[in-house]
Design a protein around this ligand. Structure first.
Ligand code: 13P
Ligand code: SF4
Length: 320
């Protein structure tokens, strides 16, 4: 629309004026990913967003995603200004893992190595030995298991169960879940596979084990995009946030990408294949963050920041 184009033009100008770059997650709406791409910013998974934010030259990072992604950027780049379209964009995994309870859980198991998913608050990261994202979690847990470590895993129980199954590691699980991926239904997916017998099934490991079992490829957003290129199929059923179709369709315009079905079939599910918090990242909100940063800027307490940096750096060094 004219209004959308107006915001796009203004944002492009503001990014240049403020020496700012737009860093967007694959789950944000398509026009935001397109804008990040057009303006020389980045669209990626949570691991690469962290690395890009740290390594780029911009003085201001506009992080289009959810709160933990902005906090991670600030922890890694304290001298940069980090703003977000909205600070209200949280994550059910973060909400489900309050730092006081988590700390008590860790205190109760002092002989365990604490591994937390990036989808957590700075305070939870500060309590961890390792931070991981879905693209590197398997390798890091394998590495710890090979050293005979017992692991506390938080907060995603489905991703934890998948990793425990793949690695055989001794993992004590926090019982959190992603409201988007938890909705995918194995029964409905089996029915859909009958309708599309030649389709490959791509599944993000935040989905329930029964859904993961039906997958031809399991992995982080980047890994699923790679699988959509390397698998020979023409049709894909994709169990993750539909924001990912922007990149998949761009890279493979002749392939067909279909949303995996959710249990509620649109009627009762809370977040059918699109994260409500990722959806808060609109063009107007980006414009507002750039013109009036107050109320959009991420701050992390310095003592907490230094503690959280240790496990984050461990992850980035491991994956370098
Ligand atoms: P990845 O991009 O690391 O796969 O993360 C998935 C996710 O749910 C982020 O919110
Ligand atoms: Fe959190 Fe799930 Fe949304 Fe990702 S998709 S931000 S894990 S609620």
């Amino acid at each position: 629309t004219v209004q959308q184009q107006d915001y796009i033009d203004k944002i492009k100008q503001l990014l240049i004026e403020k020496n700012a770059t737009l860093v967007a997650h694959y789950y944000t709406d398509h026009e935001i990913q397109a804008l990040a791409e057009e303006t020389g910013g980045c669209i990626s998974d949570s691991l690469e967003m962290a690395r890009y934010g740290r390594d780029c030259d911009a003085q201001t990072l506009v992080v289009a995603g959810v709160r933990f992604m902005g906090e991670t950027a600030k922890i890694l780049s304290p001298d940069k200004t980090v703003i977000m379209p909205t600070l209200e964009a949280t994550c059910s995994l973060d909400i489900g893992c309050p730092d006081a309870e988590f700390s008590a859980f860790c205190d109760a198991h002092p002989d365990h190595t604490v591994v937390v998913y990036a989808n957590t608050s700075a305070a939870v990261k500060a309590r961890a030995d390792w931070v991981v994202t879905s693209s590197i979690a398997l390798e890091i847990v394998e590495h710890l298991d090979a050293q005979g470590k017992k692991i506390i895993w938080a907060p995603d129980r489905h991703l934890g169960a998948y990793i425990a199954k793949e690695t055989g590691a001794d993992m004590l699980m926090w019982q959190g879940e992603c409201i988007v991926h938890d909705e995918f239904s194995a029964k409905a997916l089996r029915d859909m596979k009958h309708l599309y017998p030649d389709a490959a099934v791509l599944v993000h490991p935040e989905s329930p084990a029964s859904v993961v079992e039906l997958a031809d490829a399991v992995g982080s957003t980047t890994q699923l995009i790679n699988a959509s290129r390397t698998l020979p199929n023409d049709t894909f059923i994709v169990a993750t946030d539909r924001g990912i179709f922007y990149k998949m369709q761009q890279l493979e315009p002749n392939k067909t990408f279909l949303e995996a079905p959710t249990a509620g079939n649109g009627a009762t599910c809370k977040s059918c294949a699109h994260c409500p918090w990722m959806a808060m990242n609109g063009l107007e909100a980006i414009y507002n963050a750039l013109t009036a940063p107050s109320g959009h800027e991420i701050f992390v307490d310095d003592e907490l920041r230094k503690k959280a940096l240790v496990p984050l750096d461990r992850m980035l060094d491991f994956s370098a």
